[in-house]
Design a protein around this ligand. Structure first.
Ligand code: ARG
Ligand code: ZN
Length: 413
């Protein structure tokens, strides 16, 4: 079927907000044709790429709406002669979600043995400011659409001119392991005296929860655990939110993004339409002269990605980005107790073209030469839902990579 025809069929079907009959397919492309076919679907409303294949031979996890499963399976079977492999890993997403919810989750307010609410994460940052007034400053950079405070914690020895490492997490709501990875950096810097040296010559700005409306929506038992976007309503549509990682104003909507408000990769009506992306961009611009490294935590897939996301062309310092990314990855792999293996590369070359990402904007517009998107490990049936006992091993190994980044910035600047 032609892509245009597929589109017409899709548009005629209208959108759905719950997951009865949705399936997840594990698909392993073996040729460039397979990859091209999958890429052609990735900005459509009826396909949600939980994980893109990292390269030929790696698998993708694709959630497919019931209306298009017939078409999808026919296409996949058509490719089977050329080696494409697929199977259904979740037969009914709604049922799987309900079963997942019933897993007993011991209530517990310790940071790394359970997933915290946005409010509890903010409360933790505020306590740290009281406990470590000499080294910590917590500043609100603005509010989410629904009015939640977007907090940045600044950690440093007091000299604002030192090179700064900027970290954000939680841009995508369902990627729950990302906020704890950022919180663990904060925790280790401040509460482990052995790490004091990590903020002697380098300042840190860390935003652990950048899309709180989406995050809380994904936590609510009555809503949608697989929510990815923000929660701002869209004019003329019943679908909410934009993909914040397609909403940054650099080659906005150039590739790998959708103009359909119901798509999971909807770029927004205009660049920076979302208060969350506008707020973080303003903060980064204000600090562009001191920020030397940008890190953005996502999940899942174990990838150390650097710009560009909008083109397969490489940035001028690709060799440096590649080398440093590999060093950090190697440190994580050495520390890993769960067998993590990272792939390092430019996000277009490892994954697919997707413009409007934070990393591209930070490098292309704010001029921060080192920028990475870190895709943390998968966990749980959906990849986005590691069991709570996995939080600590995942964030601990990640921190070993963060040390490598720190040491490089300290040495270089
Ligand atoms: N999984 C991430 C996303 O789709 C990867 C982003 C990589 N960066 C980029 N500029 N495309 O948002
Ligand atoms: Zn993400």
């Amino acid at each position: 079927m032609e892509k245009a025809l597929v589109l017409v069929v899709l548009l005629a079907l209208g959108a759905n907000s719950e997951f009865s009959g949705y399936k997840v397919y594990k698909v392993t492309p073996k040729t460039q044709d397979h990859v091209k076919f999958l890429r052609g679907l990735s900005d459509e409303t009826y396909f949600d790429f939980l994980k893109h294949p990292r390269s030929l031979g790696d698998y993708g996890d694709i959630m497919v709406a019931p209306e298009v499963q017939g078409f999808f399976e026919t296409m996949l079977r058509g490719f089977s002669g050329t080696g494409l492999e697929f199977n259904v890993t979740i037969d009914d997403v709604q049922r799987a979600l309900e079963e997942d919810k019933q897993e007993p989750s011991p209530r517990d307010d310790s940071l790394f043995t359970s997933f915290q609410s946005h409010a509890d994460m903010n409360a933790y940052l505020r306590t740290l400011e009281l406990r470590f007034p000499q080294v910590v400053k917590v500043v609100s950079i603005g509010k989410s659409y629904e009015g939640r405070d977007l907090l940045v914690i600044k950690i440093g020895s007091g000299d604002p001119n030192l090179p700064t490492i900027f970290v954000d997490a939680g841009i995508h709501a369902r990627e729950w392991i990302a906020p704890p990875a950022a919180l663990y950096i904060i925790n280790q810097l401040l509460e482990n005296p052995a790490n004091v040296r990590l903020y002697q010559n380098v300042n840190w700005h860390i935003i652990p929860s950048l899309n709180p409306d989406g995050y809380e929506f994904s936590r609510s038992t009555t809503s949608n655990r697989l929510w990815r976007k923000t929660r701002q309503p869209n004019a003329g549509s019943t679908c909410f939110g934009a993909d914040p990682n397609r909403n940054f104003d650099y080659y906005w909507m150039y590739a790998g993004a959708s103009s359909a408000p119901c798509s999971d990769v909807f770029a927004g009506p205009v660049a920076f339409s979302e208060p969350e992306t506008a707020a973080v961009a303003a903060h980064i611009l204000e600090n562009r002269n001191t920020i030397k490294l940008y890190l953005s935590f996502h999940s899942y897939g174990n990838m150390m990605l650097y710009p560009w996301g909008y083109t397969s062309a490489l940035p001028e310092n690709a060799a440096e980005l590649q080398w440093l990314g590999e060093q950090a990855s190697a440190a994580i792999e050495r520390a890993s107790t769960i067998g993590s293996q990272y792939v390092t590369g430019s996000s277009t070359n490892v994954l697919y073209e997707a413009a409007g990402g934070s990393d591209d904007w930070v490098k292309g517009v704010a001029g921060v030469s080192l920028a990475y998107t870190i895709e943390l490990p998968a966990g749980g049936i959906f990849g986005f839902n590691p069991p709570e006992r996995s939080i600590l091993p995942m964030v601990q190994e990640t921190f070993e990579g963060i040390r490598v980044f720190h040491d490089y910035i300290e040495r270089k600047y």
